[in-house]
Write a protein that binds this ligand. Structure first.
Ligand code: ACM
Ligand code: ZN
Length: 467
């Protein structure tokens, strides 16, 4: 079967016979009709004839995607003549980079954005805060960076360094990333993780822990019991100040407020948290977390944005008006929310986390994953906004390693997000990715070689270490 050399694969292609020699494009007329309202915002039509190419779309975003398809096609000397009528399977196609455990520079982040845009991703989720550092300038709360951005060492797997590690993105740098992404039709979604994974914030503001004790910026990977007190009103002042300033920098619709991996030991013993629960008439600490996330999500809404939470935050019920990012754990609450009308992003740990080596998560597993969660009704499927692939950087110290782990996986997730199940083809994807590699290298990204993608069974067994 004839296939175009394009990733993600376009959803409707009608071959019309003959070829277009790409050298002819240098002199050909290439009309682009911008026809508002004629099709979806992300849709485009490309007509390729022996004489040239014409495009039709309703928006500049659609035009950008038509261009990305064409850029991939013209890498060949000849393009099969065809009509491509394309639009994505899912409206949300994201990638997340953790720039806390190891900082990814502005320059390298731009390379990732550029490569992702060529695969028609439309969201960059920027994980800016965690136990091991605070990485976003906030003027009204300068201690967040002064104290929270530095840790005393780094002990991640085989990395054992007693050297101080720190840094943060200035407002100008964050704006630069936002503008660079916007030129490529990618929204940037900042994340401030809370109430757990917040040791860096608590190092700056120990008074908003339950006990008021000092908290260190962590030097190791882990899930820590140092969390923000849900019983102290001052905790919300700190969090809201940070959110408010970042809202001025990130113009997109979404703001991620974390909510993952929150051990509740401190809450269960804290007089302020107990008082809060009594006042609210709630019994469990999971309900207290739901209340905490709701309060922050409501604040985000007042700022004109929609909050996103990791699915751990909805164990005790929906956070109203917030999108849920499913990564791990019981699917039931997420499925229920999807079926009830809530917006869901799918980032399944076993398939879309790219920080694990290929022995643990072979490309095959990522490519063949279907993000339409089981148990979601036909009506509920409309609420699965799409896919996101996260990369956590505890074991990723340099850009080469980041590229090796994320490519070709980003391309696989892009195809999960854009291409309908019936148009996916694993073998053909591998063939197309080898062609795509050339343009990736031109963007400064070196992907993993083909022999790495799907290790043979024994290598999967013996090579299954985390880093
Ligand atoms: C997560 O991986 N802790 C969301
Ligand atoms: Zn407390």
């Amino acid at each position: 079967m004839e296939r175009l050399n394009v990733i993600p694969y376009p959803n409707r292609v009608r071959f019309t016979g003959g070829t277009l020699k790409t050298e002819n494009l240098l002199t050909a007329e290439m009309p682009i009709d911008l026809v508002p309202g004629s099709m979806g915002d992300e849709a485009y039509v490309l007509e390729i004839t022996p004489e040239g190419v014409s495009a039709k779309c309703a928006t500049k975003r659609g035009m950008f995607y038509a261009q990305q398809t064409l850029i991939q096609l013209v890498a060949d000397e000849e393009i099969p003549c065809c009509v491509i009528e394309d639009e994505p399977a899912f409206p949300y196609r994201g990638f997340m980079i953790d720039t806390v455990r190891h900082i990814v520079s502005v320059e390298d982040t731009k390379k990732m954005i550029d490569a992702a845009a060529s695969l028609k991703f439309n969201a960059f989720h920027w994980h800016l805060t965690d136990d091991q550092g605070w990485r976003a300038q906030v003027d009204s709360r300068p201690l967040l960076c002064e104290k929270g951005s530095v840790r005393s060492g780094s002990y991640f797997g085989r990395e054992e360094s007693g050297t101080e590690y720190g840094g943060y993105f200035t407002k100008d740098e964050m704006k630069e990333i936002v503008a660079y992404a916007a030129e490529r039709f990618i929204d940037v979604i900042p994340e401030i993780d809370m109430p757990g994974h917040s040791s860096a914030l608590l190092h700056a503001y120990p008074e908003i822990t339950c006990s008021g004790k000092d908290v260190e910026v962590k030097t190791k990977q882990g899930i820590y019991s140092d969390i923000i007190c849900a019983g102290k009103d001052e905790a919300f002042s700190v969090v809201f100040d940070a959110i408010d300033e970042l809202c001025d920098i990130f113009p997109g619709e979404y703001f991620h407020i974390g909510g993952d991996e929150v051990p509740k030991t401190e809450w269960s013993q804290c007089p302020n948290c107990k008082k809060r629960k009594a006042e609210l008439g709630i019994k469990s600490d999971n309900e207290l977390q739901r209340w905490f996330m709701q309060k922050v999500a409501d604040h985000v809404r007042e700022k004109g944005k929609t909050a996103v939470v990791w699915n751990d935050a909805v164990k005790a019920g929906e956070v109203e008006g917030a999108s849920v990012q499913f990564w791990m754990g019981r699917k039931k609450p997420t499925v229920k929310i999807a079926n009830g009308g809530g917006r869901i992003i799918v980032s399944d740990f076993y398939h879309y986390y790219t920080d694990y080596n290929y022995s643990i998560t072979p490309l095959k597993k990522t490519y063949n994953y279907n993000p339409r969660l089981k148990g979601v009704t036909a009506e509920g499927l409309k609420n699965i906004a799409g896919v996101e692939t996260p990369v956590w950087t505890e074991y990723i110290k340099d850009f080469d390693r980041l590229c090796f782990l994320t490519f070709p996986r980003y391309a696989a997730v892009a195809e999960n997000g854009w291409t309908l199940q019936e148009n996916k083809d694993e073998e053909d994807f591998e063939r197309r990715f080898e062609i795509f590699t050339k343009s990736l290298r031109q963007k400064g990204i070196t992907p993993a070689d083909k022999e790495e993608w799907n290790p043979p069974l024994m290598k999967r067994f013996t090579g299954a270490r985390l880093y």
